[in-house]
Design a protein around this ligand. Structure first.
Ligand SMILES: [Fe+2]
Length: 456
């Protein structure tokens, strides 16, 4: 039995295995690229349960059938040696096995038990946060971070995990404090940059967001593709709200859609950016073609509702009706047989959302409205962050406008003004809708506010 960098006992007598565990955990928390060291740990001791289980987790993060296929032999190797390891390692193995089997509720239960009994196991808590994130469970994101917080205050990554949970729960000043604490401890904590990016976005602090993100972007160069592209995606969103569309497209070309086009989250980020540009009236030309082509390769995945909805929207925007139909069939089939813990999310929300979003992508606004309206208040269950899901909300708003449901559109727009009162596009849409309703004074006031903001 040896002890790792977190002071946790691991069933091995091979120091190299411990080194590989430490490097893997650091990479997981920092979004680094050294996580592959875990495979050398497995080579050093092929019977190691903890090394094999981490290796399986590494592959599951790929969010693709290939990842699941590659995870399986490591899970099998770990399963064959479970009898000889400690309780924490057994719980962790079971958590990752439940992840593999799609029983996310049970995976979470196991991570929660680990957090309770072994709070120094921050890697387990980090994976638990990932599951809560994918379920759109903001409270869970915060709760699991709070549960292990006191035991891990030596790590900047603990503060960034807490910051993200706080932000998603709406505790914005507290989230900012925690993120800044993480950055004070470790300037290169990309997860803290990310949490702070959300605070800036939610509060409409656009110029500040750009300044902060671009002055820390140098540290993302050595990060994994996810945080590199995702942090640039957040940066692009500020430019989008400032209506500097050339800058958005520049970031898209230079950073967002460049690194690892086969990766799920990079693809979703690229699609999300084009989608949002179009919602702002920008002609993105033939930009859709490439991401849509990558989405075609993922039509049968059905790994996460959030991802599938992005993929199918890209197909719809290309006008590939047969592919849209095929993917929609795949999603419906999957919804009927998926594990009970997420079945309702698939059947009641994801499948209707796919129909509605596709209809919007095909500019059939009446169908889009019929499908999207009944599920609006449950879209959080699709997963992802508030900022990511805002593309669905913007699409619903656009649907209301295009379908002529103007009073409802005004309600939505006023809600957006309340949340972020400095976005010119919101006022411009408000002006258009008021004008269509013959409300000249309100239309002029909204137009003036948009002009004032644009001139700033
Ligand atoms: Fe984010």
């Amino acid at each position: 039995m040896l002890v790792d960098a977190r002071g946790l006992e691991s069933t091995t007598n091979v120091p190299y295995v411990i080194d590989s565990l430490n490097i893997f955990v650091e990479a997981l928390l920092s979004y680094g690229i050294e996580g592959t060291k875990i495979f050398q740990g497995v080579e050093a001791e092929p019977t190691s349960v903890i090394a094999n289980t981490h290796a399986a987790a590494y592959w599951l993060y790929l969010e693709s059938p290939e990842g699941f296929r590659k995870a399986k032999p490591y899970l099998d190797a770990a399963a064959g040696n479970l009898h000889q390891v400690n309780e924490r390692e057994q719980l962790y193995f079971q958590a990752i096995e439940f992840w593999y089997n799609g029983e996310i509720d049970k995976a979470i239960q196991h991570h929660q038990t680990i957090a309770q009994q072994y709070p120094r196991d921050i890697a387990s808590a980090k994976i638990c946060q990932y599951h809560y994130f994918n379920l759109g469970n903001s409270e869970g994101l915060l709760e699991i971070a709070q549960k292990v917080f006191a035991a891990n205050t030596d790590l900047s990554y603990m503060y960034s995990m807490l910051a993200f949970g706080l932000e998603q729960c709406g505790y914005l000043p507290e989230a900012e404090d925690a993120a800044r604490q993480a950055i004070a401890m470790n300037r290169g904590d990309a997860a803290a940059h990310h949490a702070l990016a959300h605070v800036f976005d939610t509060q409409g602090r656009l110029e500040e967001g750009i300044e902060f993100m671009e002055s820390h972007a140098d540290t993302w160069e050595t990060c994994c593709s996810f945080i590199y592209t995702h942090n640039w995606w957040h940066t692009a969103l500020y430019y989008l709200d400032l209506e500097q569309h050339d800058q958005v497209l520049n970031i898209y070309d230079q950073h967002l859609w460049k690194r690892w086009k086969e990766y799920s989250q990079d693809l979703a980020g690229a699609i999300s950016t084009l989608w949002r540009l179009e919602l702002r009236g920008v002609n993105v030309g033939d930009c859709w073609h490439e991401p849509a082509s990558y989405a075609v390769n993922r039509m049968q995945e059905q790994y996460l509702p959030f991802l599938d909805l992005h993929y199918i929207y890209a197909l719809a925007r290309m006008g590939w009706k047969d592919k849209v139909e095929e993917m929609y069939e795949n999603m419906s089939t999957h919804a009927a047989k998926v594990k009970p813990c997420v079945r309702q999310i698939w059947t009641e929300i994801t499948v209707p959302a796919a129909r509605g979003l596709v209809a919007h992508g095909q500019r059939d606004y009446q169908t889009a409205l019929k499908e999207l309206e009944p599920i609006q208040d449950r879209m959080q269950m699709i997963g992802g962050s508030h900022a990511q899901r805002d593309v669905f909300q913007q699409t619903y708003l656009d649907t209301l406008v295009q379908a002529g449901h103007l009073n409802q559109a005004i309600e939505q727009l006023e809600g957006r003004v309340q949340q972020r009162g400095n976005i010119p596009a919101t006022y411009r849409t408000l002006a258009t809708v008021h004008a269509q309703l013959g409300q000249t004074d309100q239309a002029q006031a909204a137009q003036a506010r948009a002009a004032q903001l644009t001139a700033l």
